[in-house]
Ligand binder design. Structure first.
Ligand code: ASP
Length: 344
């Protein structure tokens, strides 16, 4: 009898422990989007880079240009998603718009290397198949995000770099341009300033990225960048590294990163967010805040991420003074630049 009571008590304790919600690992977790409670039928989030954006450092004109570009990229993604298009198509459509806009450090307007060249990196991941593709250090591919997706779709590899990546892109009939196409005078000035200080700072006009949940519940993520000003020796950052700059898994979330790439590689940031959801059962918001606002802050890694989970929740934490960012779901939409504003 005593034994039976003991067994019943233990069973009660075990079930009550299991029904406790997962412990909150982040304090002051802030909802980054004002989404309505009901599950959206699709969701997209974009970034145009995290860095030192403050109201003082950005002109009124540039502020407006950036907001308009972010809205155009959201429009392009939404147009596809409303028609039941795929998450992957929406990611590429949105990123292409930002790559073509000189306000961002991706495609045209990319930052300069120490040798005054533009070397571009991009990656793409499909959460349904866990397939991925990436290119690094390319100099003549107009839209590196297209080449990244083509590596996934038309090669047995994940990451191609330099001349080989360019040869592959040409075989795929992906548009190539003269390297001078990417050149924007303002970026050259940034390089000269950085060289004068001999220090590569995270560019305030950053990398671009997009994450999507489509109407079938599939996730995809993509990231494209010129890297960091004054980079040398064919440096490759996190943006073309799957698990660091980009990650998508239909069971958890899709993530695109921006910031000081060396930290994002070492801390496997994009995959870490997915893993915390997978193994620790954290929500998207808890997992992304833990990685960006705790782990990376402790390590000294500046930057942010945009993420969407399998239920269409969006989270966009960053630990810098601003991040060009935006989101759109079937229920709501918003864009923002500075720390003191919500996406609206
Ligand atoms: N993460 C990019 C890199 O390190 C730079 C950025 O996002 O601004 O190449």
């Amino acid at each position: 009898m005593k034994n039976l009571i003991w067994i019943l008590c233990s069973m009660f304790l075990i079930t009550s422990c299991n029904s406790n919600p997962a412990p909150k690992t982040t304090k002051d977790v802030k909802t980054t989007t004002d989404q309505k409670k009901e599950r959206p039928s699709y969701a997209v989030a974009i970034h145009g880079g995290a860095g030192y954006q403050t109201r003082e450092s950005i002109s009124k004109e540039q502020d407006m240009e950036v907001r308009s570009a972010l809205n155009k990229a959201l429009d392009a993604a939404e147009e596809i998603l409303k028609k039941n298009g795929t998450a992957g198509d929406a990611v590429v459509a949105a990123i292409q718009i930002l790559e073509n806009d000189p306000n961002f450090n991706a495609g045209k307007g990319a930052v300069f290397t120490h040798n005054e060249q533009n070397e571009l990196d991009a990656s793409f991941m499909d959460g349904a198949t866990m397939n991925a593709g990436a290119v690094g250090g390319v100099t003549n591919i107009k839209n590196p995000i297209k080449a990244a997706r083509a590596v996934m779709n038309h090669s047995p590899h994940v990451l191609l770099v330099g001349k080989g990546a360019e040869d592959f892109a040409s075989l795929q009939n992906i548009e190539q341009v003269d390297p001078s196409y990417f050149k924007v005078e303002e970026r050259l000035e940034s390089l000269r300033r950085a060289k004068a200080q001999e220090k590569a700072k995270v560019s305030k006009h950053g990398t671009v990225g997009c994450v999507v949940m489509d109407q079938s519940g599939n996730l995809a993520a993509g990231t494209s960048t010129g890297g960091m000003t004054n980079k040398r020796w064919n440096r490759i950052g996190d943006s073309p590294i799957i698990g660091a700059g980009t990650y998508a898994n239909n069971n958890t979330c899709a993530v695109s990163s921006t910031g000081h790439g060396e930290y994002f590689i070492r801390y496997a940031v994009a995959h870490d967010i997915s893993a915390l959801m997978d193994y620790k059962n954290l929500s998207l918001e808890e997992a992304s805040n833990l990685v960006i606002n705790e782990k990376l802050v402790e390590a000294g890694g500046a930057g942010g991420v945009i993420c969407v989970d399998k239920d269409g929740n969006v989270s966009t934490p960053y630990n810098t003074s601003g991040m060009y960012r935006g989101f759109a779901t079937s229920n709501a939409r918003g864009v923002a630049i500075y720390k003191d504003e919500e996406m609206k």
